[in-house]
Design a protein around this ligand. Structure first.
Ligand code: ZN
Length: 303
């Protein structure tokens, strides 16, 4: 099952551009809110599987596009992130491979839709394509062997990073703040349930800038696997439905290049997870653009 948030309503994705409104199809309006659907995920997957597509009311049909897709988990209580979780990225960062998962957060105010703009706060804004875990069942002290049963599904995330803030007090000293500017946590476009993947432990992620592939990796190369990360985090914090876990980025980020490369005004940033889909964001300078361009204080701006 692929799940989307279309204009704030829970939607089951059927084909490219079409879907089924979960509440209208099941006659249960309480499921319209994606937050509620995520909190009743087991029931949602069962009801979705039991739908008779031939007898659905036409009112249940939904069309979606990049203009109406919102973050599939619109109000996560927590966004947890794992740093340096691919060997190749640890090497390019010049940092030691951690003995335990290196954990930081993105403040939830950084969350953004899968299509839109990323506004440059300065000239050190970098990209990090990631596989993101969406929690579907409360997890506390969950063993690795049971971790997947607490996962609603997988989505794509872009851990946009302000490297000057991240490194303000020394290398990687302020990751939470450096990755939490508004709009710097786009997630989507869909949640794909674990059964959608041929191998849920081999999920590929990639990033392109203006069509050029800059990152490509697979979760089979994670230093700490998805079950390990869920189990490890759940041992310390309570994970709740809708919570997001950014699992780390493969090599190919801008700061790891010689010379370093960062996002520029006009760049098109695409973030893909196979089996999930592709997000696309236009990069904009903070104050650039013709008269009438939205500024920091206006709604809809990411900065
Ligand atoms: Zn990251």
């Amino acid at each position: 099952m692929r799940f989307a948030n279309v204009n704030g309503r829970s939607t089951l994705v059927t084909t490219s551009g079409t879907g089924i409104d979960l509440a209208r199809a099941t006659g249960d309006e309480s499921l319209a809110d994606p937050r509620t659907a995520l909190s009743r995920w087991e029931e949602v997957t069962e009801r979705a599987a039991g739908l008779d597509h031939g007898s659905l009311s036409p009112a249940a049909n939904v069309t979606w596009s990049e203009n109406n897709l919102l973050s599939p988990s619109p109000a996560p209580g927590q966004i947890l992130c794992i740093g340096l979780n691919y060997m190749s990225h640890a090497v390019e960062s010049g940092l030691a491979v951690p003995e335990h998962p290196f954990v930081f957060a993105k403040f939830t105010s950084s969350l953004a839709a899968p299509f839109g703009a990323v506004t440059l706060a300065n000239d050190t804004i970098d990209w990090e394509a990631e596989v993101v875990v969406v929690i579907g069942r409360t997890a506390h002290r969950v063993p690795e062997s049971e971790a997947w049963s607490h996962v609603a599904g997988i989505t794509a995330g872009q851990d946009v990073s302000d490297r000057s803030v991240q490194n303000r007090l020394g290398v990687n000293s302020q990751p939470t703040l450096g990755k939490s500017r508004p709009g710097y946590g786009p997630v989507g476009p869909f949640i794909a349930t674990p059964d959608e993947f041929d191998d849920r432990d081999d999920i590929t992620v990639s990033c392109t800038i203006n069509g050029e592939t800059v990152q490509s990796g697979s979760t089979r190369d994670l230093i700490f696997s998805i079950p390990k990360v869920v189990s490890y985090l759940s041992d310390i914090v309570v994970l709740r439905p809708g919570d997001l876990i950014f699992t780390g980025t493969p090599s190919g980020v801008g700061i790891g290049r010689t010379p370093p490369r960062f996002l520029n005004d006009g760049d098109v940033l695409e973030t893909s997870v196979d089996g999930v889909g592709t997000m696309r964001h236009e990069v904009r300078a903070r104050h650039a653009g013709p008269a009438g361009t939205r500024t920091a204080s206006q709604p809809g701006s990411t900065e």
